[in-house]
Ligand binder design. Structure first.
Ligand code: FAD
Ligand code: NAP
Length: 313
């Protein structure tokens, strides 16, 4: 029979928002349970150097997340390796089903399910995913030593991925649909100074070309968005870095979202339209999407959950 566990505060997600909520909720003595999800540590586990986490001039993303987990546990937060598959928010305590079969009931829930990589949606992208097409340079860059690679996108992620990939690749072509990058100036400076990186402006990926059995990438077809001219660029790896979409699946039918699926919270608050249900981090944040802002919202959510429980009593 499925085990049922009750907690005053259930935190869903183990990125900076979730772990910070864990630290604060544990220190408020509400004995929180935090469910880590499919990506323990969240998005920062897919990057290398983080240079804007206050107090660390430079820290590896995965190391930072290991420290956050340890911090939450040390404060008394129980961290569980499980995935929440659904939430019933129609009555309290809220009931959360999980992949392990455990049913979690909670007086308050903090949603910190973050965001994940977007894909272009091309059939050839899907076909070569895991066989030359990737959305994580840290995970897969190593496979492309001495090879030519393309990166798609013009934001911080694309530029960081391109820079990181120069550690392995002989050449990195950054393909962007405009002639202006969205990435921060400091990253742009590094990109333009790097002799291994060549930007290709005003181009869109049309098709990934490769061989079958085993699947392997050989080139990409790109389209000039101004002239419609199609050209082919030989490459062994394609890194898609075109942004992230909020992981709102658990609540998209019960909570209002905006700006492409980000959960709406009350102004200056993590409260959602359902009392006792709080949302923090990238799940709600279409604007900043940073580790430090997510952590800040995790703190707010825990404090607001604690006050909600106190008022409830
Ligand atoms: P996330 O980190 O997205 O974590 C979400 C968590 O929710 C995950 O643990 C996941 O397993 C869990 N989850 C999802 N669904 C479920 C479910 N159904 N059940 C249970 N758990 C679930 N920001 C910076 O400030 N500095 C940087 O240098 C920086 N570099 C970055 C590099 C890359 C490559 C990327 C992708 C992002 C980077 N960011 C950086 C942004 C930063 O990682 C995010 O803003 C931050 O991680 C968001 O934190 P979060 O806690 O909201 O969610
Ligand atoms: P982003 O800032 O949304 O940038 C996405 C990029 O992909 C944009 O340049 C966009 O082009 C392009 N793009 C989107 N859809 C496309 C499509 N269908 N075809 C071609 N190109 C497409 O996403 P991100 O770079 O992943 O960053 C997400 C958040 O994480 C940001 O807030 C970022 O600051 C943060 N982050 C921070 C750091 C850091 O602080 N060091 C590192 C990584 C990420 P347009 O520019 O034309 O729209």
């Amino acid at each position: 029979m499925a085990e049922t566990r009750h907690t005053k505060v259930l935190i869903i997600g183990s990125g900076p928002a979730g772990y910070t909520a864990g630290v604060y909720a544990a220190r408020a003595m509400v004995e929180p349970i935090l469910v880590q999800g499919i990506e323990p540590g969240g998005q920062l586990t897919t990057t290398t150097e983080v240079e804007n986490w206050p107090g660390d001039t430079e820290v590896q993303g995965p190391d930072l997340m290991v420290r956050m987990e340890a911090h939450a546990k040390a404060m008394g937060c129980e961290v569980v390796g499980d995935i929440i598959s659904s939430i019933d928010t129609s009555k309290r305590p809220f009931t959360c089903q999980s992949d392990s079969g455990t049913v979690y009931t909670a007086d308050a829930v903090i949603l910190a399910t973050g965001a994940r990589a977007k894909w272009l949606g091309l059939p050839s992208e899907e076909k070569f995913k895991g066989f030359g097409v990737s959305a994580c340079a840290t995970c897969d860059g190593f496979f492309y030593r001495g090879q030519e690679i393309v990166v798609i996108g013009g934001g911080n992620t694309a530029v960081e991925e391109a820079l990181f990939l120069t550690n392995f690749a002989s050449k990195v072509t950054l393909i962007h649909r405009r002639d202006e990058l969205r990435a921060e100036k400091i990253l742009q400076d590094r990109l333009f100074k790097n002799p291994k990186i060549e930007p290709l402006w005003f181009h869109q990926l049309e098709e990934v070309i490769g061989t079958e059995n085993p699947n392997s990438v050989e080139a990409v077809k790109v389209r000039n968005v101004q002239t419609d001219e199609i050209t082919e660029i030989p490459c062994k790896g394609v890194f898609v870095a075109i942004g992230h979409a909020p992981s709102n699946e658990l609540v998209k039918d019960v909570l209002e979202t905006h700006m492409g699926g980000y959960v709406i919270t009350k102004p200056d608050s993590t409260e959602t339209s359902i009392p006792g249900l709080f949302a923090a981090g990238d799940l709600t944040d279409y604007k900043y999407r940073q580790a430090v802002t997510s952590a800040g919202m995790g703190c707010m959510a825990a404090l607001e959950a604690e006050r909600f429980l106190a008022d409830d009593e």
